[in-house]
Design a protein around this ligand. Sequence first.
Ligand code: SF4
Length: 263
Amino acid sequence: MLAACRVPGTGNFLGLPHAAREAATYPEHVNLTAPKGRSDSHVALVRRARKANRILAVEYPDARCELDFETPLQLLVATILSAQCTDVRVNQVTPALFDRYRSAADLAAADREELEEIIKPTGFFRAKAGNIIGMAQALCDRHDGEVPDTLDELVALPGVGRKTANVVLGNAFGVPGITVDTHVGRLSRRLGWTDHHDPVKVERDLQELFPPADWTMLCHRLIFHGRRCCKARRPECGRCPLTTLCPSAEVQVAKPAPRRSAP
Ligand code: SF4
């Protein structure tokens, strides 16, 4: 058994791995839900959010980026293509794309019509082709054809927003990042971790609840849970492992079935 000691006045335990340290600090018998009609204190909210993350880690041990890639450039291109498109569809397109264009220089010099034809199944193919060629030209002009590994440099590339940049940072470079896509935003609000709809504000709220080492995997788990259980239109609260930690659960479970109109 690991020896642990408490740092006086801090509640921190030394000598334990992170998960065990949290378990020691926040034992399982502690009720982590806010009392009815009262909002969480920040400490209680942190406990509740981190417990939910631990449960999701058990529920989705294989949570990961569902886009197929081997290099930062491939992930950057795949993420641009994933806008308004499923990862499955993107993964069907990228093998031929990555085979035809192997470097930023290849993409920068791409024949636009040919590129559009390859990426057409992902939708919005004209805008995406423009973004990919512009992004690749900027990589060649400013970064010797390499994908940079900082948020500021990534978001300065044409067609690369904060969400795309955080996907690349977290999954290609191992730099902690919170990717606020539709699932992460929706689940964070349902779970009471944020009130905001602005992705940057959601990102900041989550950064206050979780340590940086948890950020990337937390987002994968939320996305897995959002796709499989806490769906946008019909969250399946009845089989959700987070019901005791989710302020939206009761409402969703108790939601009456739509009434049929009289014949
Ligand atoms: S209890 Fe319902 S609303 Fe809350 S996270 Fe689970 S599925 Fe979503």
